[in-house]
Design a protein around this ligand. Structure first.
Ligand code: SF4
Length: 253
């Protein structure tokens, strides 16, 4: 599946410990922009409906569109724009829209009238950075009418126990990542390992998508260049698979 990004609006407000070193703020500051100002995209608001010169959609059927990764989809300022975006999402039922949010408490106020049990082509990814926010947000997330649920434990700030929420069978994937750029807080491999074990226990898909800029493994802290964070996380995934395989072998002996 081809992965692309669509940001119908840009900018956000910090609302949670995970927002402290938000990458949107960091990158906007480098461009002399204020990420606290939320603006509707002038050029890409209707990206999924754009066509090429042959009349075909530029976003191909079967693509996954990472939606609103430089804002929060459920932000108050976007209330007036979201209705049109839902229409676009409905029209492109052949594209999967992946929407991350920390504002799950606004979800029920923001869904369209014909939402029913959720659109099949919408995945909501709840962001949980620590145990407190996990325990506040996941009960709302599990009660909301959503067809596909992911959890982004990112930027992970401490070990998190997800076990009691995975029993529900409603969460398809947990993807974990560390914090990037200046003043990034540490991401510890032991936390990643624990979450992977929990996912394996409950048959939930797991991914470790990025190490963060300060990655701790075996009590040693590694400074990771941002361009290598994804590659290093892939190596981490291989190590995790090996550890789990060995554990399984010992269990069966
Ligand atoms: S909710 Fe996300 S985009 Fe908004 S400030 Fe927090 S980390 Fe940044």
């Amino acid at each position: 599946m081809k992965k692309l990004q669509w940001n119908p609006w840009h900018g956000c407000h910090k609302c949670s410990p995970g927002c402290l070193n938000c990458y949107v703020y960091y990158l906007d500051k480098m461009r002399d922009k204020d990420a606290n100002i939320v603006t509707k995209s002038k050029t890409n608001f209707n990206l999924p409906l754009k066509k090429d010169k042959n009349g075909n959609y530029k976003i191909k059927s079967g693509s996954e569109l990472a939606t609103c990764f430089t804002s929060d989809f459920f932000l108050e300022e976007a209330d007036e724009w979201r209705k049109e975006v839902w229409e676009i999402i409905k029209k492109r039922s052949d594209v999967q829209f992946l929407i991350p949010t920390k504002r799950i408490e606004r979800f029920n106020k923001c869904i369209p009238e014909d939402w029913n049990d959720g659109y099949e082509n919408v995945t909501i990814a709840l962001t949980c950075e620590n145990q407190k926010k996990t325990d506040e947000r996941i009960p709302l997330f599990l009660n909301a009418k959503i067809k596909h649920r992911y959890i982004f434990a990112s930027p992970i700030l401490e070990d998190i126990d997800f076990s009691k929420y995975l029993v529900s069978n409603k969460i398809e994937l947990i993807s974990v990542g560390g914090e990037s750029y200046e003043n990034a807080r540490i991401c510890d491999f032991e936390w990643i390992k624990h979450i992977k074990e929990t996912c394996d226990t409950y048959n939930v898909l797991f991914n470790f998508h990025q190490t963060g800029s300060n990655f701790r493994m075996n009590n040693k802290i590694y400074k990771i260049n941002h361009s290598l964070e994804y590659k290093q996380a892939k190596k981490g995934m291989k190590i995790l698979k090996k550890i789990m395989k060995e554990k399984e072998k010992i269990k069966n002996e």
